[in-house]
Design a protein around this ligand. Structure first.
Ligand SMILES: [Zn+2]
Ligand SMILES: [Zn+2]
Ligand SMILES: [Zn+2]
Ligand SMILES: [Zn+2]
Length: 453
């Protein structure tokens, strides 16, 4: 007996679950406008879907206090049909068709006065099959009652202008409370304070400065930044870090006075080598008529820098010393030095080299025979004669006596056979240039010894 009762209870519970599940299935909707102008009416259609076959259906409806329901009618047919606007409900029985899905009921709603807020139209649909509720849904729609024409007051300020937004004015409908707004005038623009350095610039990197709106508006663009250019190094004076010497370059350096330690903060450049600053030549050993002497000079920058030079031998004139020459005799003139004839270089008269065609040199000793034709070209008076050898020279003078007035014929002949003077060959030119360069003709031919540190 207990077992049977349990089974019955279980089945009953199951049925209840099934019935409840069926009643929850499906949907109900209200179709119509959201707003109704005050004094007018609008229709709203209630539709359902997902409802099983039914034998009767009922609706219950209500609306907010600013509205009234003025009419209701079934959109399905049945033998028993009621609409009770007093009690806000309607019923339909003995249905022509058990399928009641689709448009089911129509309500007409009138807006009586303004509504401060939206108010709901609420409809509950209940369908039954026999005594069992097979569908039950409550659906709502928010309605507002609107002025046909608003009754606005004066425009007044709603919000003041800010840095980025203009002033806003508004006016409100005294009937429905509808608000209208508009923007007036221009924005204030930010009112920036002074630029403040937020990241200082260094010698090589840019900094940054910032300014902010003094109104502390917090609106977009209220803070601006801009870069500060790198300063560039501020160099001090150049100081010598490696002194230059006579022969080597020195170095001088300068450093950024900000002691930034950044790239390029120290610069160097070379100081040119000084070059020797020689003092006067000092004779260490005088030359004799057989040996060369020696002279030395010392650098004023560094006494360890010295240079030495041989002093040429002062050869003796062994023949023709301080002689008199009578041009009228038309004789060759002989002059000799104590030097080795192998060392003979040149003959000079009055500092000018005599062309070798004007004299001959004895191979056995330095005996020079100057031709009479050449001697005839010398003016009356003393003439300086120098026999130049590779390691020295012998010097003397010759006194030329005036030639009596010559015949015209001889003069012509003399012109035709005029002996060569001056430098004509390349070798002579080289010797002369060397003399000019050295400033002292003899030293040019000598070996120069120098020592420099
Ligand atoms: Zn209004
Ligand atoms: Zn601002
Ligand atoms: Zn610097
Ligand atoms: Zn020096």
């Amino acid at each position: 007996m207990k077992k049977v009762l349990s089974i019955i209870m279980a089945v009953a519970l199951l049925c209840t679950v099934i019935i409840t599940a069926n009643a929850d299935a499906g949907t109900a909707t209200i179709t119509g406008d959201d707003a109704i102008a005050i004094g007018s009416s609008k229709d709203y259609t209630i539709s359902i879907s997902g409802c099983a076959d039914a034998t009767s259906v009922a609706v219950a409806f209500s609306c907010g206090e600013s509205f009234s329901i003025t009419a209701g009618s079934w959109l399905k047919s049945g033998t028993m049909s009621t609409v009770d606007l007093e009690k806000n409900k309607a019923g339909l029985g003995l249905l022509a068709s058990p399928n009641i899905n689709g448009d089911l009921f129509k309500l007409t709603v009138k807006a009586d006065d303004v509504a401060a807020t939206a108010q709901d139209l609420t409809v509950t649909v209940t369908a039954k099959n026999g005594a069992n509720v097979i569908f039950e849904k409550t659906v709502t729609k928010a309605l507002t009652a609107a002025c046909a024409e608003h009754t606005f007051g004066d425009w007044s300020q709603k919000t003041a202008a800010t840095c980025t937004k203009p002033e806003v004015e508004h006016r409100v409908c005294s009937v429905c409370g509808y608000e209208e707004t508009k923007e007036v005038g221009a924005v204030l623009e930010h009112s920036f304070g002074e630029w403040q350095v937020t990241t200082p610039a260094t010698c090589t990197t840019a900094g940054e400065e910032t300014r902010t709106c003094t109104r502390e508006c917090g609106e977009p663009g209220a803070t601006e930044t801009r870069p500060i250019n790198a300063l560039g190094h501020n160099f001090g004076e150049w100081t010598e870090t490696t002194p230059a010497t006579c022969t080597t370059a020195g170095v001088e350096t300068r450093t950024c006075t900000r002691e930034c330690g950044e790239e390029g903060a120290t610069e160097t450049r070379p100081i040119a080598a000084l070059g020797h600053d020689w003092g006067e030549w000092v004779v260490v050993k005088e030359a004799t008529d057989t040996e060369m002497g020696l002279k030395q000079r010392v650098c004023k920058n560094n006494s360890e820098h010295t240079e030495t030079l041989d002093i040429p031998i002062t050869y003796k004139i062994t023949e023709g010393d301080k002689a008199d020459y009578k041009a009228a005799d038309k004789q060759d003139f002989v002059v000799a030095s104590s030097a080795d004839p192998a060392k003979f270089l040149a003959l000079e008269i009055d500092g000018k080299m005599v062309d070798p065609s004007n004299f001959t040199v004895d191979p056995d000793y330095t005996k020079i025979t100057i031709k009479a034709e050449y001697m005839a070209t010398l003016a009356a008076g003393p003439h300086d004669v120098t026999i130049v050898s590779t390691d020295g020279a012998a010097n003397t003078t010759v006194e030329v006596e005036a030639i009596p007035a010559p015949a015209t014929e001889e003069e012509t002949e003399s012109e035709n056979t005029s002996p060569k003077t001056g430098a004509n060959s390349m070798v002579e030119l080289w010797i002369m240039l060397s003399i000019l360069a050295a400033g002292a003709y003899v030293t040019t031919y000598l070996v120069k010894k120098s020592k420099a540190n």
